[in-house]
Design a protein around this ligand. Sequence first.
Ligand code: GDP
Ligand code: NAG
Ligand code: NAG
Ligand code: MG
Length: 423
Amino acid sequence: MAGTARYLRYILFAFVCIIVIFFISSSSSGPRQHLQSASDILKEQSSKWRGSDAQTPAKADAEKAGSAATAHVRPAAATPMSATTPNLKTSLPPPKADGSRMNATFVTLARNSDVWEIARSIRQVEDRFNKRYNYDWVFLNDAPFDDTFRKVTTALTSGNTRYGLIPEQHWSFPSFIDQERAAAVREDMRERKIIYGDSISYRHMCRYESGFFFRHPLMLEYEWYWRVEPSIELFCDIEYDTFRFMAENKKKYSFVLSLYEYVETIPTLWESVKGFIKEHPEHIVENNSMGFLSDDGGKSYNHCHFWSNFEIGNLDWLRSKAYVDYFDHLDHDGGFFYERWGDAPVHSIAAGLMLRKDELHFFNDIAYYHVPFTHCPTDEQVRLDNKCHCNPKDNFDWNGYSCTSRFFEINSMKKPEGWEKQQ
Ligand SMILES: Nc1nc2c(ncn2[C@@H]2O[C@H](COP(=O)(O)OP(=O)(O)O)[C@@H](O)[C@H]2O)c(=O)[nH]1
Ligand SMILES: *[C@@H]1O[C@H](CO)[C@@H](O)[C@H](O)[C@H]1NC(C)=O
Ligand SMILES: *[C@@H]1O[C@H](CO)[C@@H](O)[C@H](O)[C@H]1NC(C)=O
Ligand SMILES: [Mg+2]
């Protein structure tokens, strides 16, 4: 009997010690926890402990040189976190290790000189999303990537990195383009101070993103892509696999920001689109998003487009006959060089006419910045739940220059509470 009592005293003493330790350790975790009862703290801490014996991606022992000269291949295996240095902040569940990852990659078009700007983007994408999924990252360039670019980007990513050179014929003037006419246009746009109006490389870039990146040999190996540009920001944790979301919800194209295009850069784009519709009516689907693109049933373009510096989309759709016929038609009309057609309106019009409305998705929970616009979720609970650090005052969604209201309206979507105050 006396022995049992002594054991009980030991157990009680140990329990008190544990509670004291929890109070000490939680006192540095912010004011949120001050009013919690001990049992809440115990529950919360124990769930953190459960999360922390999960696996984290192996980094240090990653094998650096892959078999192919252009790839840095890492083992998919993960190492258990050291038991002596538990990370109590690791509250996210680990990625599924059962091969349920999607056939997907990040893709970035960049110059060597973009290295520090893309480094910032990668860091944010990894911290907010990819450290849990370790998706591959494909880098494409019209010139060979240098050592610094490869080293820095490989060090920052959790998945395999692959570096592709763009073939010359995808980054040059096609034979049917009159170079003198194109040069005259650039000179005229320079005088009119149209942004990137005098740039040849920007035009090659827009044409490449419109018609070729998804056909690069490296990209042929994937079904899904997420485009990332230099100097972007991600403001919220993304606690689910966005690629899986796209597949399971039968989505093919997605956006976070939409706006009106500069008219001067696309004066005849819609004429070219109408020519395509006439030539290939079979590619235009029922229940499309014409209402997003046009206010008069298709006679004219209202210049609304999804901002394509962010995209999560389906590569097989871009490689489909419908999309390739569309790109070829536009390409032969010459506006990538005789005007300055951007890949954003080109992708958006394709998605608006050749996908069903319900195949497009607005990623409200991907809070995002690319100069000069921000998407920050309107709903406070969304921002708190996902640890967002954007200022809601910066949200562009309901601004008069945004087309996102229009997207909500044609899809009969309910706008979030408080949207009027952000107009
Ligand atoms: N390789 C390569 N990438 C480019 C070139 N010009 C632009 N890019 C990339 O194309 C994307 C869009 O260019 P950016 O300068 O961000 O244009 P903006 O967002 O429209 O102002 C970015 O990912 C750039 O890194 C180029 O001449 N060569
Ligand atoms: C991934 O998708 C590409 C393009 O659809 C396909 O060719 C490839 O076989 C797929 N890979 C896997 C592992 O399913
Ligand atoms: C278009 O939408 C209508 C109404 O929602 C539906 O009845 C019809 O089946 C849809 N058509 C296609 C091709 O999806
Ligand atoms: Mg950019």
